[in-house]
Write a protein that binds this ligand. Sequence first.
Ligand SMILES: [Fe+2]
Length: 241
Amino acid sequence: MEKFFDLHNHMLCRVDDGASTEEEMYQMLDRSYQDGVRGLCLTPHFSPSMFGDTRESSEKAYALLSAYAKKKYPDLELFLGNELGYYDGCQRALETGICRTIAGSRYVLVDFSEYVGFFNLRSGVGLLQRSGYKVILAHTERYRCLFRKIDWIKSFVAAGGIVQLNASSAEGAWGFGAKRQWRKLLRLGLVHIISSDAHNLKNRPPELSVCMSYLKLHCTEEEISLLTWENAWRVTRDMAI
Ligand SMILES: [Fe+2]
């Protein structure tokens, strides 16, 4: 069975629009482990206008989940981070630690609205990079403004940007455009990390294996290992990838 590292998911309960009960959180972790996940970074949304200050609720849920995992899955590693929903002035939240980087590293998982304009996305990413953060662009395949901006994605990667894709987009969970972009980015070698971005058990489950049949047809074993394990592992150690 493959071994996965899930760097982006919303399993922590009662923090954002992810797991809504403690029970659901534990069931999501069970499903994730059964799927082959052995490393996990919990990344609740950091979006003060939508969810308020979630520091306390996320730490509380993380403590519960860690205790559960320690008992049941001793070979599973857990880390804590956030998915920063970009807004003007969000660097301040990173500087003060209100918004977490990934496992205390210089890597920040950043999300924009699916319908963000290209210039806003580009300037937001640039601002964070100039502030010294290593930007991981969450579910890169979903931004419509990037469907025809492969050259910009190439320059983003050349400047140290990290491209994360959602496993579920491989089979069209986010529509045809996202599926086509997912495959194109992979073919061009512009992808670093594939994660679940799981929110629940029903329609956004914590599964990485959904994209394996595609990966096995189009990537080498070494590439698959980088995409589904090693690069995410290195991020949590603040190592270059
Ligand atoms: Fe997410």
